[in-house]
Design a protein around this ligand. Structure first.
Ligand SMILES: Cc1cc2nc3c(=O)[nH]c(=O)nc-3n(C[C@H](O)[C@H](O)[C@H](O)COP(=O)(O)OP(=O)(O)OC[C@H]3O[C@@H](n4cnc5c(N)ncnc54)[C@H](O)[C@@H]3O)c2cc1C
Ligand code: SF4
Length: 331
């Protein structure tokens, strides 16, 4: 690891000031991703600003009748919060499907959405990677790409975003509150992460000198009908090959509202509101669900080793909706 300086921010103002004056500086929260990346020289900050002690670790009500998750509340504090358990069980399922108990005790809500891709080549500084070194090329496109994206890819990058929590937040229509030198702004979760285009090095739309202070959940939590289905190589401690977050409103077997977000398939949680709209008024049956799955995967492209993900994702969508609707006996 390279040498770097460290400071502990006493308040938001000093944290922002230090970040502005230290271009190569990085905030550190739980450190479970940043430190790993520093150890393999992917991240080489000159200065590390510890934000762990800033007062953004509460879970409180918000003006929209929903809940505000402090950016520095841990994943465990969030998943085991009674209000989250009662009102947003989809979020609980997604968080508990990720990492391990030890990591969730340390990892924070803000850091979770900002964790970087698990693309093997991104971690290997001996290989070309546009995300790590813009303009160097992408080793994954013609390399071993079993875990890579099938939707929204570009010639410059086919990496996926690895967060489970982010997939549920996308389905729930969360918003991200950030503060920077120019004040506060709110970013809808669906616009927070980016597709790679020709700027693969940018994972999201947070400015380098901004800090996430909270993630807001709207009042509606789809508490009755929901699921997070995560398909992976091992039953625990593994990232998603494909995951599906589903929230439904049902009247009998008729869909009144649907939210579907996919993980493990794109550079960001993948959601197409027009596909969700097409399910409204329809019955939960295999034909309607297969049509929705095909529409969500329209335009999917495999890169060889990951071709299997296209069919896997379609089947996972159908199964997840049935699971959320408590109608698994239809499979
Ligand atoms: C072995 C292992 C297995 C894992 N498995 C999974 C899994 O299955 N599913 C899953 O979703 N995740 C998984 N993770 C990832 C883990 O969830 C993330 O590392 C964690 O959520 C990151 O949070 P953190 O607070 O530790 O972030 P840090 O490492 O502290 O920070 C990550 C990045 O975010 C920036 N940052 C942090 N907080 C803020 C803020 N408030 N404002 C602005 N910038 C900020 C930092 O500068 C850094 O760039 C795994 C991790 C490991 C090590
Ligand atoms: S897929 Fe993206 S992260 Fe992986 S090697 Fe290519 S450019 Fe780098």
């Amino acid at each position: 690891m390279n040498s770097f300086t460290y400071s502990r921010a006493e308040n938001l103002e000093t944290a922002l000031q230090e970040k502005t004056t230290s271009l190569e500086g990085r905030f550190i929260a739980g450190g479970t991703n940043l430190l790993d990346l520093m150890k393999v020289n992917v991240e080489q900050p000159s200065h590390v600003i510890d934000i762990r002690h800033l007062p953004f670790n509460q879970i409180t009500g918000n003006d929209a009748g929903g809940l505000r998750l402090g950016a520095l509340a841990t994943n465990a504090e969030t998943a085991y919060n009674e209000q989250i358990e009662n009102r947003y069980p989809l979020l609980v399922k997604a968080i508990l499907a990720g990492a391990s108990a030890q990591l969730r005790n340390r990892a924070t809500n803000g850091g979770n959405s900002l964790q970087r891709t698990r693309c093997y080549y991104f971690y290997d500084t001996a290989t070309a990677c546009n995300k790590r070194e813009p303009g160097s090329g992408c080793s994954a496109i013609n390399g071993f790409n079993r875990i890579h994206a099938i939707l929204g890819t570009s010639e410059s990058c086919i990496a996926v975003h690895p967060s489970d929590m982010a997939v549920a937040l996308a389905a729930l229509d969360a918003t991200v509150k950030v503060t920077g030198p120019n004040g506060e702004r709110t970013i809808p979760f669906l616009e927070f992460h980016r597709l790679p285009g020709n700027t693969a090095h940018l994972d999201n739309n947070l400015d380098p000198d901004e800090i996430i202070t909270s993630i807001d959940l709207p009042a509606k939590g789809f508490a009755e009908y929901n699921t997070y289905l995560k398909l992976r190589d091992r039953a625990s401690y593994a990232f998603a090959l494909v995951s599906v977050a589903v929230g439904l409103d049902l009247e009998g077997t008729i869909i009144k509202e649907a939210r579907l977000a996919l993980g493990g398939v794109a550079h960001k949680p993948w959601r197409l509101p027009e596909v969700e709209a097409s399910l409204v008024g329809k019955e939960v049956n295999l034909e309607n669900l297969k049509n929705a799955a095909n529409a969500l995967l329209a335009g999917a492209k495999g890169y060889g080793h990951n071709n299997f993900k296209i069919e896997l994702a379609k089947r996972a969508i159908v199964r997840a909706i049935l699971q959320a609707a408590k109608m698994e006996d239809l499979t």
